[in-house]
Structures are given as structure tokens and as C-alpha cells.
Write a protein that binds this ligand. Structure first.
Ligand code: PPS
Length: 570
């Protein structure tokens, strides 16, 4: 089982074909069914093909999948904690069979690899969520992904790589496992400790990583994830510019940065094991595991998904099999009297400690407040401020949701006019009816079509928000999971304010401006929201408005006040 004993050595499963074999495969791929890889699959396939996921040689077949989900083991017995699966739609699955070969293409249609289908199977997603993530709560980003984005059929089998996924950004910082191993050899780095991160790094991280490297007498590889991280994280372009600035603060020749195109699952303890195995493949000998490693935050009851040291405990259980040594993270705090960072457990009793949490940092960025030099380097903060201006200069989306006739459109119109009167940003109204005439004219009201409609609105709103404008959306948006997808999409690029127009159905029905409720009651319209199609009430919207007693003018005014409170309007 201990396949990778040598530092910077051991077998890497690199799955690319070369020369004529690659050309032949390309020619063959023209005549076989083709699957367009999703963003997450693009990350996974890059790591599979370049050996970062060794010993895997393709997407998991059913037997391996079952073993990984249940016991974190492939059918060969080798430790592998994370199911790496190719999920596809029902429609596509129906067109292919076991033993067929399919072409896997990037979003532009470029052939990345072919897959010989070894097994086609239907996963029990609930069981997968419970076993791998320890929960089926949709507040967990990977559970949400599994339920709302992943296809219902998995295709497993061996891959033949034809072309690596293309990256146009930070080319000088992107290295495959074999390239990193070769660099370590060349530099004579025999012991290397890797640091995993999905966040900007500040002084505490610099202190921690430097101490970790010194403690185990190793060089340091800062190995940030730039594939997919938690929705709402700082984008990787900003982070990488921050890491480059940080590098100047380590002694020369001791530390390097390389970017990891991983799609994180935020699976806490299992993810820590997975991260360690990946770093072993990149030739590292040590791996830093901190408090709440790859933690997804709190569940829908406000409780953390994993205990703060669960990841370290799980790592300890598998020490013998890992072939990479954990360096447990020491929580570093700034001790004011000493004007330096120290591990928390070494701080003298009564000494004054200063700390700024991630939430507090975001607040200060949002409000344009001071961020002290003891916390971070000015050049790092300057980079962050470029892409995270105070809220008054950010774009935002006001997303109305509610029953037909609840008053969404009227309030949305009033809000638009009030915002235009205030000036400062361009305002776009994406009203339900208007969108259905333009963006979504071919769609009906099935669950699938409604979801598509809302995701289109979300996409347009996210582009507007990202570019500093205001998007006002006013669809029914009856399904909670789709609204969450839109929130995740927009929350990462600007403000998202969900307004539940909670006018009771009796009031909406008594208004019945378009006569649709009467038709729905008479059975002339099928699947009408609130009558014979569900409306899932938002659990935690930024605002709830009932228009039974409130005029549109007053409702819009209340929203303006909320936007002021949130800092979007000054
Ligand atoms: S959704 O579910 O969010 O995609 O709906 P949306 O795009 O907002 O469109 C809702 C408007 O379409 C009319 N309409 C229906 N609504 C609900 N259910 C059914 N079956 C239906 N058929 C047509 C209705 O006029 C909605 O407009 P509003 O402005 O909400 O009254």
C-alpha cells in the first residue's frame, strides 16, 4: 500500500498519450459520443491526467466508488478518501454503454481526453453525502453541489489524456507534480512542507508557515487552490497577486509558490487526507494541517459541520499509510507587548493578544476602514482593496421572490426609479414577465424550465453586479435550492439582497390582476405556483415584505433604508 516511499519519487500515474498515439486518439474521437466537461470536472480531469490524483487512472468505477465512499479505500485496498466521479445527465447516459469510448471536451470543444466506460451506475447521492461529508445538509457546499448540480448517472473508467486543460493566467506559477518534483531535485530541496490555502495570507500565516518549515528543517511550498473553493471566497486572481507579494517576506531561496487547480469539496477531515495524498504526489514530505482544515462553516442549525481538530485526528489514524508527515498547525496570535506573533499556547498569562477574524477583515474592507500593519502587509492589503472596494462602490443585486400577484414587479419598478434618482450606478430591472419575453421566451413552467429561467436571471445579474451596477430581479423563483445557487453566484462578486415579498396567497388570489389564479383553480393552467406547484419560502432572506397593508412606495423606501444600513448606499 505504501506506494510512494521515496521523497520526490514513487510512481506517478501520468495519463497523457504522446506523439502519434495522441494524434490517433484525436482522430478517433471525432466519431464517438462527446461530453462537455463541467467546471469541476475540468479541475478533476487535470489532476487525474497529470498524476496529482495518483494512483487513480480515471474516474471511479462503481466498485472503487463504493469502497471510497464507505471505507475510503479503492478496491485494491489503497487509501483514497474522495470519490472522483464523472457525473452526467440522464439523456447523455442513455446514449452510451459500458465498453464504449467517449470524448471529454473542455467548454470550447477542445478534446482533453477519452474515457473507456468501465461502469455506468446510478449513485445513492444521499448515502454519498452522509458518508463523505458526514451530512446531507444543503448548507454544505458539496452536498448542495451533489443535489443540485451533479448529474444523476456516473461514468467510470480509464482515461487517455490528449491535451492538458489550457490556462492563460499565471502560467509561470502552474506546475504539474512531475515539474514540481523536478524543481525540488534541481534546487536540492530534500524535505518540503506544503501549505494548503484558499484564502489570502497575512502575517499570521507567514509566521506559521515559516515556523513550520524551520521546525521540521524543510523548505516551504505555498500551494494555494485556484480551481474551485468555497462560494464567496476571494477570487484566485486577487489571491495570487497577494501570495506573490507575500513571497518577499520569506528568506530568499527558502520558499516557493505554485498553483493547484483542485476543486475543493470542503470535506474537513476526509479532505485533509486527500490534500495530503495530493501533496505527496507533488513531492512534498510534510503537510501543514490546521484548525478546521477545509471546513465548510456552519450547518443550517448554526453548528459547525466538523470539530476543529477532527482533521488532525483522522490524519493521525492514517500516519502509517500516508507517506507524508503532518505538521499540526499552531494557532499564531499577535502579542502586543512583544510586538510579535507567537503560538497561542506559548503566550504568557495576562499578555495582551490582538486578533482580526476573517469576518472582521471583510467588514473593514467593506467599509473602507483601517487594517493595521501588525495584521497584514500593506502591499497585500492594497491588492485586496483593489478588488474589494467598500460596499458603497460595489455592485449589488436585489432579488425579489414571491407568489404571482404578491407585488414584486410594482415594488421593483418603484425601487428602480428611486435608485436612479439617487444616481451613482446603472440600474437594470430583470422583471419576471420581461425576462420571459426576452431571455427565456422558449421556457415553460416545469421545474426544469423554472430553474433554467432563474439561473439565466442569476447569470445576467451576476455580470451586472460584478461590473459595479445594480440588478433588480423579480421572478417568482419558487425553489430554495435554485435561489441558493443564484446567491452563491452573485455573493462572490458583489452584494446580494434577497427580498421575500411574503404577501399571503389569499391576498394575491383576491387581487388576481391577470385572472391566472381563477384559471388555475378551474384547472385551465396546470402547475401554477401556490395552487398546484410549490412555493418554498425563503428561510433567511435579508428582508421580508407583506404588501397587504404596505404601498409599493413605502415598500421600496424600506428597501432603500436596508441598502443604506448594509452600506451599499451612502
Ligand atoms: S419562475 O417560476 O420564477 O420561473 O416564474 P416567473 O418567470 O417569475 O414567471 C411568472 C409569471 O408567469 C405567469 N405564469 C405563471 N406563474 C406561475 N406558475 C405558472 N404555472 C404560470 N404560468 C404563467 C404569471 O403571470 C407570473 O407573473 P407574476 O408577475 O409573478 O404574476
Amino acid at each position: 500500500m505504501g506506494a510512494f516511499k521515496e521523497p520526490h519519487g514513487g510512481e506517478l500515474k501520468i495519463l497523457y498519450l504522446e506523439g502519434q498515439a495522441a494524434d490517433d486518439e484525436k482522430a478517433h474521437a471525432r466519431d464517438i459520443p462527446s461530453w462537455d466537461l463541467t467546471m469541476r470536472q475540468m479541475c478533476d480531469i487535470e489532476m487525474l491526467l497529470n498524476g496529482a490524483f495518483s494512483p487513480l487512472d480515471g474516474f471511479l468505477e462503481e466498485e472503487d466508488y463504493n469502497g471510497v465512499v464507505k471505507d475510503m479505500r479503492l478496491s485494491s485496498g489503497i487509501l483514497w478518501p474522495m470519490p472522483i466521479t464523472l457525473d452526467v445527465s440522464e439523456e447523455f447516459a442513455e446514449t452510451v454503454n459500458e465498453a464504449d469510448k467517449i470524448a471529454l471536451r473542455d467548454p470550447e470543444g477542445v478534446l482533453i481526453a477519452t474515457l473507456k466506460i468501465g461502469s455506468k451506475y446510478r449513485p445513492d447521492k444521499n448515502a454519498e453525502a452522509l458518508a463523505v461529508f458526514g451530512s446531507n445538509d444543503e448548507a454544505h457546499p458539496a452536498v448542495h453541489y451533489l443535489n443540485s448540480q451533479a448529474g444523476d448517472v456516473y461514468l467510470g473508467g480509464k482515461l487517455c489524456g490528449v491535451e492538458p486543460p489550457t490556462h492563460y493566467d499565471f502560467k509561470h506559477l502552474r506546475d504539474s507534480p512531475s515539474q514540481i518534483r523536478a524543481q525540488f531535485e534541481k534546487l536540492g530541496w530534500r524535505r518540503v512542507v506544503a501549505f494548503q490555502t484558499r484564502n489570502p495570507m497575512h502575517r499570521a500565516h507567514q509566521e506559521l508557515t515559516f515556523r513550520a518549515a524551520t521546525e521540521v528543517e524543510a523548505n516551504l511550498l505555498i500551494h494555494p487552490v485556484v480551481g474551485m473553493t468555497k462560494p464567496g471566497d476571494v477570487d484566485h486572481f486577487t489571491r495570487v497577486r497577494c501570495y506573490e507579494k507575500l513571497l518577499d517576506h520569506y528568506p530568499e531561496q527558502t520558499t516557493s509558490v505554485s498553483l493547484l487547480p483542485l476543486a475543493m469539496r470542503m470535506a474537513g477531515p476526509r479532505e485533509a487526507l486527500w490534500h495530503a495524498l495530493i501533496r505527496k504526489n507533488y513531492g512534498c514530505t510534510h503537510f501543514i494541517v490546521g484548525r478546521d482544515h477545509a471546513g465548510p462553516g456552519n450547518d443550517s442549525n448554526g453548528e459547525p459541520f466538523y470539530g476543529p481538530y477532527d482533521a488532525q485526528e483522522l490524519m493521525n489514524q492514517y500516519t502509517d499509510e500516508l507517506d507524508i508527515t503532518m505538521v499540526p498547525f499552531k494557532n499564531m496570535v499577535y502579542v502586543e507587548d512583544r510586538a510579535e506573533y507567537q503560538p497561542q499556547e506559548e503566550v504568557a498569562d495576562g499578555a495582551k493578544i490582538l486578533q482580526i477574524s476573517g469576518t472582521e477583515l471583510r467588514r473593514r474592507l467593506r467599509e473602507g476602514l483601517d487594517i493595521p500593519e501588525w495584521f497584514s502587509y500593506p502591499e497585500v492589503i492594497a491588492e485586496l482593496r483593489k478588488t474589494h472596494p467598500p460596499r458603497a462602490r460595489q455592485g449589488f443585486t436585489v432579488f425579489f421572490t414571491g407568489l404571482s400577484g404578491s407585488g414584486k414587479s410594482t415594488i421593483a419598478n418603484a425601487l428602480m426609479v428611486k435608485l436612479m434618482e439617487l444616481g451613482g450606478r446603472q440600474v437594470t430591472l430583470l422583471d419576471g414577465d420581461v425576462v420571459r419575453k426576452n431571455l427565456s421566451s422558449e421556457l415553460g413552467f416545469s421545474k426544469e424550465h423554472r430553474d433554467l429561467n432563474i439561473l439565466r436571471i442569476g447569470y445576467v445579474a451576476s455580470e451586472i453586479t460584478k461590473n459595479g451596477g445594480v440588478a433588480i430581479c423579480a421572478p417568482i423563483a419558487p425553489y430554495a435550492s435554485t435561489r441558493k445557487s443564484v446567491r452563491d453566484l452573485i455573493g462572490g462578486v458583489g452584494g446580494f439582497v434577497e427580498v421575500h415579498v411574503a404577501t399571503p396567497i389569499e391576498v394575491c388570489e383576491s387581487r388576481d390582476r391577470k385572472g391566472l389564479y381563477a384559471k388555475a383553480r378551474a384547472g385551465l393552467i396546470k402547475g401554477f405556483t401556490g395552487i398546484d406547484d410549490p412555493y418554498e419560502e425563503p428561510a433567511d432572506p435579508e428582508m421580508r415584505i407583506d404588501t397587504t397593508e404596505l404601498t409599493p412606495d413605502l415598500a421600496a423606501h424600506r428597501i432603500i433604508i436596508k441598502l443604506e444600513q448594509l452600506g451599499f448606499i451612502r
